[in-house]
Design a protein around this ligand. Structure first.
Ligand code: 48F
Length: 262
């Protein structure tokens, strides 16, 4: 037999490496500065901005893959568009793009999405994927964390799996769950806020409004991305992503201004 290329390691070593590393991180991030629910473009952008300021940021994502709707532009075609001036963010992230028409730029979805994920990882964001947001923690009339479970457990019928979720604490939670606005809806279920449901498509209006309405909607809960349109009843914008990136950035600015993290 020819000389071995790889180091001598057994199965148990592989298992221990995974479990020990995962549990160490999960335990550390059970108390985060900011928990962002949703790993789409707005959540990733928000996380990147916060982690680059040395905040401890955890993104909860129910899917295995991160990126939300940013891989695919629309109608299963993997090109994403941004309107001026958000091509400046593509420049910052070193995402190549072409001019489609005056004020509109088009990029490859896989390239744009992977660069954004990479920038978030490089900034220090950690991820809990295959993890579904299930409920909110509220203490003294302020959001204080999230209740989560494994996606596979959550997806099974109750009669097969009765597995309690676990709680993760954070100083601030960001709802970046897209059109569903899952976190905001949990507050609504308890009569604490009222959401309006997103409006019909109107690209000329929607992007500006989403950035404008990106805000803290309840103490400790900031909303960004398409969740903003669902909360405030704003028009949807279809497959153009500038507002997602700018809204994520604004969400980070809002909470950096208001909260002390050290
Ligand atoms: O939908 P998504 O990409 O949200 P976004 O950042 O961007 C919206 C655009 O993609 C597009 C658009 C405008 O261009 O109309 O739709 O606002 O990403 C949301 C992420 O949240 C995850 C979901 O899997 C997706 O990756 N998510 C949603 N609900 C939960 C969740 C939940 N309950 N628990 C965990 N993750």
């Amino acid at each position: 037999m020819s000389a071995k290329i790889f180091a001598k390691v057994s199965e148990k070593d592989v298992t221990k490496a995974i479990t020990e590393s995962f549990l160490k991180q999960f335990s550390l991030y059970s108390e985060s500065d900011v928990i962002i629910v949703g790993g789409g473009p707005s959540g990733l952008m928000c996380g990147k901005e916060l982690a680059s300021k040395n905040l401890k940021v955890l993104i909860i994502e129910r899917n295995n893959y991160i990126g939300g709707g940013f891989w695919i532009g629309g109608y299963l075609m993997n090109k994403v568009t941004v309107r001026e001036p958000s091509e400046k963010i593509l420049d910052e992230l070193k995402i190549p793009y072409e001019k489609a028409t005056k004020g509109l730029y088009v990029a490859d979805g896989p390239h744009a999405c992977s660069k954004l994920i990479s920038a978030a990882c490089d900034a220090g964001v950690k991820f809990a994927n295959m993890t579904v947001f299930d409920d909110i923690i509220i203490r003294d009339k302020k959001v204080a964390g999230v209740v989560v479970n494994w996606t596979p457990v959550h997806s099974l019928p109750r009669e097969i799996t009765c597995v309690d979720p676990v709680g993760l604490e954070a100083k601030v939670v960001v709802d970046a769950t897209g059109h569903d606005a899952y976190v905001a809806k949990k507050l609504e279920e308890r009569g604490l806020i009222k959401t309006k449901g997103f409006g019909a498509m109107w690209v000329e209006e929607s992007e500006d409004m989403i950035v404008e309405y990106t805000s803290e909607i309840y103490p400790g809960l900031v909303v960004c991305g398409m969740a903003v349109s669902t909360v405030f009843g704003l028009p949807r914008m279809g497959p153009t992503f500038g507002a997602m990136l700018l809204s994520g950035k604004k969400a980070a600015e809002i909470l950096l201004k208001k909260y002390k993290f050290k």
